[in-house]
Design a protein around this ligand. Structure first.
Ligand code: ARG
Length: 473
């Protein structure tokens, strides 16, 4: 089969090397974006008179036919056509004959593939922001539902101070808000048009790059043609934002694994969101939470892989850059799947408030408050800390909790203790006195809930606007 670039070559390709160099097995995923970019390019070529208006319309109509065939599943891509760009051009030629050859005027595959990648990444930004917001919404719904449920908060995975379960869930909602922030910020750099850079140096044809940007709803054009074809920063930024988000999901996954263990027993996943064992009939495993944790590594790998690919490349395009695709496709699939299962797990889990509370009643999570009590009565905090430390040591050896001490026993440690100590270190008081901004008291958590609701509404508005951008072209 003659290559689209066959003119320069006398010998036909080595078939093993041809397969080694081909990207069609994975970049076929860019097909709709490749067609979208080509339609805009053809329209601009017609409007500027670089090709005739009739030719332009013919090419655009042909591309639409190719798109229809693509949507019907009626295209079979060929390895011998190397990549998606040449496969589409081959089908266009099949549809409209030799005029198809005019589409590539004033264009190179280098600015073409960069354009496809920008269109792909911006669509995936919108998609992932939507999925992150879904998870946030599920967390907020559960936080509202579980208002008032107390569990131990941990540091070093040792019980530290009691907190509201809602407070804990909202911590994830805030992390995810930063993930959304990174994606939203990246949009500015992803939504810039490289097309018109040509192979690297621009073109001798009187093209109108701004017009293509307008047709494809890009916010601007690259100002340097070398930069336009050699930049993959936006892919790296997307990968790094995904990596950060996966790290958050992985931490949530780890908590789900802990919480669903018999030792904790705080949470039970729905049957649909857990799995059994082929040998142990009693098992109900949090496989999906573990898989999120496990798959996080792949996304880090894609980020490190592409950073490494890019670091030694001289300007401008180099074939190494073809290696960006499998990594980003894999990252997109991984984060999409992880966000979906995380959302379903959170939305359908059952919690055991009594187990959480029981865990919070043990382990001296009110010790800080006993020390605060003494400090508020004038004892320097360091001394108060020492006194309560001795109380805890005494209780620990007798397997008792602070609240089981009698007033006389309290007084034996410090005369400052009075009968209001029991109220002061009760679980509900300990939680609800932490009214500082961002703290765990109900009133403070209610404030946070309001803030996250505002952010969710803002994200919804952003999504409406940007989904329209992605869909319109
Ligand atoms: N398949 C190539 C890629 O993904 C397209 C660009 C090829 N350009 C070239 N000059 N060979 O990067």
């Amino acid at each position: 089969m003659k290559k689209l670039w066959g003119g320069r070559f006398a010998e036909s390709a080595n078939s093993f090397a041809e397969a080694f160099g081909a990207s069609i097995l994975f970049d076929c995923r860019l097909a709709p974006f490749d067609i979208q970019g080509s339609i805009a390019h053809a329209q601009m070529l017609g409007e500027t008179g670089i090709i005739s208006p009739e030719e332009s319309l013919q090419i655009q109509a042909g591309l639409r036919k190719v798109r229809d065939r693509l949507e019907r599943g009626d295209l079979e891509f060929r390895l011998s056509d190397e990549d998606i760009h040449m496969n589409i051009e081959r089908y266009l030629t099949e549809e409209i004959g030799s005029v198809a050859g005019k589409l590539h005027t004033a264009r190179s595959r280098n600015d073409q593939v960069a354009t496809d990648c920008h269109l792909f990444v911006r669509a995936e930004i919108v998609s992932v922001v939507g999925l992150i917001a879904d998870l946030q919404a599920a967390l907020v719904r559960r936080a509202k539902e579980h208002r008032g449920v107390i569990l131990p908060g941990y540091t070093h995975l040792q019980r530290a101070q009691p907190i509201l379960f809602s407070h804990h869930l909202l911590a994830y909602a805030h992390m995810l808000q930063r993930d959304i922030g990174r994606m939203v910020d990246l949009w500015k750099r992803a939504n810039i048009l490289p097309l018109g850079a040509g192979a690297l140096a621009g073109t001798t044809f009187p093209i109108n790059r701004v017009r293509i940007a307008e047709l494809l709803r890009f916010d601007g054009v690259y100002e340097n043609s070398l930069d336009a074809v050699s930049d993959r920063d936006f892919v790296l930024e997307y990968l790094s934002s995904c990596a950060m988000c996966m790290m958050h999901l992985s931490r949530l996954g780890e908590e789900i694994v802990l919480w669903t263990s018999g030792e904790f027993g705080f949470v039970e996943l729905s049957d649909a969101m857990s799995t059994g064992s082929s040998i142990m009939p009693q098992k109900k495993n949090a496989d999906f939470a573990e898989l999120i944790r496990g798959k996080t590594g792949r996304v880090y790998g894609s980020l490190m892989g592409l950073l490494t690919t890019m670091k030694g490349l001289p300007l401008a395009y180099n074939k190494d850059m073809q290696e960006d695709k499998e990594g980003i496709f894999d990252a997109v699939d991984t984060i999409t799947g992880s966000l979906r299962v995380a959302t379903d797990m959170v939305a359908t889990w059952k919690i055991h408030p009594e187990r959480m509370r029981a865990a919070a009643e043990l382990g001296f999570v009110n010790a800080t408050d006993a020390a605060d009590y003494l400090a508020k009565k004038g004892l320097p905090f360091r001394e108060a800390h020492e006194v309560v430390g001795q109380m805890v040591r005494g209780c620990f050896t007798q397997q008792r909790e602070l609240l089981s001490l009698s007033l006389d026993e309290f007084k034996a440690f410090s005369p400052l203790f009075e009968s209001d100590i029991f109220e002061a270190i009760s679980l509900d008081t300990v939680v609800n006195r932490r009214t500082s901004r961002g703290g765990t008291a109900s009133v403070a958590v209610d404030e946070q809930l309001k803030l996250v609701d505002v952010e969710l509404a803002r994200t919804e508005a952003w999504l409406r606007e940007h989904s329209a951008t992605v869909a319109a072209t």
